[in-house]
Write a protein that binds this ligand. Structure first.
Ligand code: ADP
Ligand code: MG
Ligand code: MG
Ligand code: MG
Ligand code: MG
Ligand code: MG
Length: 676
């Protein structure tokens, strides 16, 4: 993220007048890099992960745990540490984490929340299987380094959300009064956001473009003693400082929903992202498409977000809340008013599951695409005129229906085709579950694809497991030329399904029956042999026959392991993603040590899918509901929050010290298994 660029950030009314300007230049920059990079070949198969942290202040004697707002100081301390310079390489971490010799040290990044940090490896990971064993150690090293640059009572933790963000009373250190001019939130102060002008401007301009505050409403979990209908007791209907204080009087806070009103409630969440470099643009487009249908499955598998603003929620994941927290659509775009000033009705927030496929793969049937996809036809025409193919032009013409939100006046003086800043302005504020990343302006690296839906996990063991699993799945997709296509709108539906409480075990997801099929799925007659990729293509049948509803257990572990009786529906045996990974590993040369370590990662995922192990969402929910200070009324008190975060810190400290999790209780074992 180019945080150095400073200047005069325009307020929305003015930024709006420059939106076309930014889009026009953004398209020119896109065409420039596309023309330069479309022929790039043989880029290395690199990949990298991003881990996000909350920073909390905690001590055994303090009654409450708070969010520390010292992001800038911590980043400054990290930057000043000479032992973390590129020249010296990564330091040995205390407490058992192996140093990664000759590697540059991890990189720390700012994030939206002033209580957040992000860390990436010092350089991307390579193709070798052995590299996969360094990921967990590197993640632990990052956590150790981060902690070493904090105060003794500060800790980096990997909960997706702080359970009492926005609750009445004090929840940050230091504490500030609410209702600042940028967010105008009645729950969180402006100081909750990174003070770099980009972030408050982003929040303020989204609010301003919408014409009201964002409405992040999450269904509350109805427990035995939860009053019903439930009215969020923390909402204040009597504020009269900002025009937006009318929002709640106009129905922004419906019954039975936890009501939140600011970008921080979404962009203050932590996730785990993986970026892959493809060997060329064709492979990048293939990876983008094939990983898309896996998004909702991995979202449900990594579920870790059952609490908001001091209440148990009836959902398990963060996704929709972030989506609502940055939803800048106007009433016209939302379809609440007839179109007059705006150009389109737009069905989704700019943070949402991706809405189109981009590959020229002949297996991509037109029926998989959304006929109602909103695109900017002028932009598309410019891209076509510039030589881009229809499908990729459609993708970018869809991203470019959005306005740029943060515009610096200084950047509009002269078009610089050696930069991609205007393109990135639109691209990087389209927060979809996949991102297709063109090379940077200097064309120094290749086409990349980012997988973005996963929730951050409490331990680095789990984060490494999910990162490694995605790497292996990607290798399997490319080696076996797997076909995961289903209609993109079914992926949207799956994304919604993934939110439901315990979706990982209780829900079914649309998934492709035959991953090996060229076109039609049901294959010929006789028994299904999904691993047989040499079956001749059969006539194309209805798209609806190509997929069916499956449990995540079936998708991950296969029908046989999952005990699914698919005998009645012929051809419905599903091989399972883990068995596919296993057979891929059997077919390549992996040494025993590596294979054993990979097995512990695959085991975690296998058992999360089967229910043998709990998701973090289930663990947190259980922790809250069995706490002596919980009164079956959905309220997650300060005492519960303190103990929960205390437990998470203890798990994290044990992990980086290599001490194992024994003695932390049966519940922790249900989360992590007996691996460690
Ligand atoms: P963003 O926040 O825009 O997604 P970051 O720089 O925070 O980008 O993270 C990008 C990730 O991609 C990091 O893990 C980094 O190691 C990785 N990465 C960097 N260069 C490459 C590359 N050429 N191929 C694959 N991954 C890369
Ligand atoms: Mg980023
Ligand atoms: Mg990043
Ligand atoms: Mg980030
Ligand atoms: Mg208090
Ligand atoms: Mg990223």
């Amino acid at each position: 993220m180019g945080l150095l660029a400073l200047g005069t950030a325009l307020d929305w009314p003015e930024a709006k007048t420059k939106a076309h300007h930014v889009r026009a230049w953004g398209i020119k920059q896109l065409l420039e890099i596309w023309n330069k990079a479309k022929v790039k070949e043989r880029d290395a198969m690199l990949w990298g992960d991003e881990v996000e942290y909350l920073v909390v202040t905690y001590s055994k004697d303090d009654p409450e745990v708070l969010l520390s707002l010292r992001q800038a100081d911590i980043l400054a301390a990290l930057a000043e540490d000479k032992s973390l310079s590129k020249e010296t390489g990564a330091p040995a971490s205390p407490g058992g984490t192996k140093p990664l010799k000759n590697d540059p040290p991890p990189v720390f990044h700012p994030e939206f929340g002033r209580f957040m940090l992000e860390a990436t490896p010092g350089k991307p990971w390579g193709i070798e299987f052995k590299e996969l064993l360094n990921v967990e150690a590197d993640m632990k090293l990052r956590r150790t380094i981060a902690k070493a640059h904090m105060l003794p009572n500060e800790f980096p933790i990997t909960l997706t959300t702080f359970p009492r963000l926005g609750s009445p009373g004090v929840f940050t250190e230091p504490s500030y009064p609410v209702s600042g001019s940028k967010l105008r939130s009645q729950f969180v102060p402006d100081e909750i956001a990174n003070p770099h002008i980009r972030f408050p401007t982003l929040a303020a301009n989204i609010r301003s473009r919408r014409g009201r505050k964002v409405q992040v409403n999450v269904p509350v979990y109805r427990d035995e003693a939860t009053p019903w209908p439930w009215k969020d007791p923390t909402v204040n209907y009597d504020l009269h400082q900002w025009p937006e204080d009318d929002d709640v009087r106009n129905g922004a806070a419906p019954d039975n929903f936890i009501h939140m009103d600011a970008m921080a409630f979404g962009m203050g969440s932590c996730c785990l992202q993986i970026t892959f470099q493809a060997k060329n643009i064709i492979e990048g487009r293939q990876m983008y498409d094939q990983l898309s249908p896996l998004g909702p499955i991995l979202l449900a598998l990594t579920a870790a977000t059952p609490v908001y603003k001091g209440f148990l929620a009836d959902t398990d994941v963060r996704w929709n809340q972030i989506s609502k927290a940055v939803d800048d659509r106007t009433p016209e775009e939302l379809g609440e008013k007839p179109l007059q000033n705006d150009r389109w009705r737009i069905p989704k927030s700019r943070y949402a599951s991706n809405s189109t496929y981009i590959s020229q793969d002949p297996r991509l049937r037109p029926e998989y695409l959304d006929p109602n996809l909103v695109i900017d036809n002028d932009i598309k025409q410019q891209l076509l005129d510039g030589g881009m193919d229809d499908r990729l032009a459609t993708h970018f013409a869809h991203l470019f229906i959005r306005d740029p939100i943060v515009i610096f006046n200084e950047d509009l003086q002269e078009l610089d085709l050696t930069k991609t800043d205007h393109f990135e302005n639109i691209q990087s504020t389209n927060w979809q579950h996949m991102r297709f990343k063109p090379p940077p302006a200097d064309n120094s690296i290749g086409w990349r694809v980012e997988f973005r839906p996963m929730e951050i996990q409490i331990t680095d063991f789990e984060n490494a497991a999910f990162a490694v699993f995605m790497v292996l799945i990607t290798r399997v997709i490319l080696s076996y030329n797997l076909n995961f296509y289903i209609p993109i709108t079914r992926v949207d539906e799956n994304m919604e399904t993934a939110h439901r409480r315990d979706a990982v075990l209780s829900e079914k997801f649309y998934f492709r029956r035959n991953l090996f099929s060229a076109k039609s799925s049901r294959g010929g007659s006789g028994s299904s042999t999904p691993r047989n990729s040499s079956r001749p293509p059969t006539p194309v049948g209805p798209v609806e026959d190509e997929y069916r509803l499956m449990t995540i257990n079936e998708i991950i572990n296969g029908s046989a392991y999952a005990g699914t009786d698919s005998s009645e529906a012929e051809g419905d045996d599903f091989p399972g993603l883990i068995p596919l990974v296993e057979s891929y590993l059997d077919s390549v040369n992996v040494d025993v040590t590596t294979r054993c370590q990979l097995a512990t990662y695959l085991d975690l995922i296998r058992k999360r899918a089967s229910g043998e192990l709990w998701t973090a969402a289930k663990w947190i929910r259980h922790f809250v509901q069995t706490h002596p200070d919980y009164h079956k009324d959905s309220v997650v008190s300060e005492a519960v929050t303190k103990d929960l975060v205390g437990k998470v810190i203890e798990i994290g400290e044990r992990e980086v010290k290599g001490e194992g999790f024994k003695g932390l209780g049966a519940e922790v074992e249900r989360l992590l298994g007996g691996f460690k």
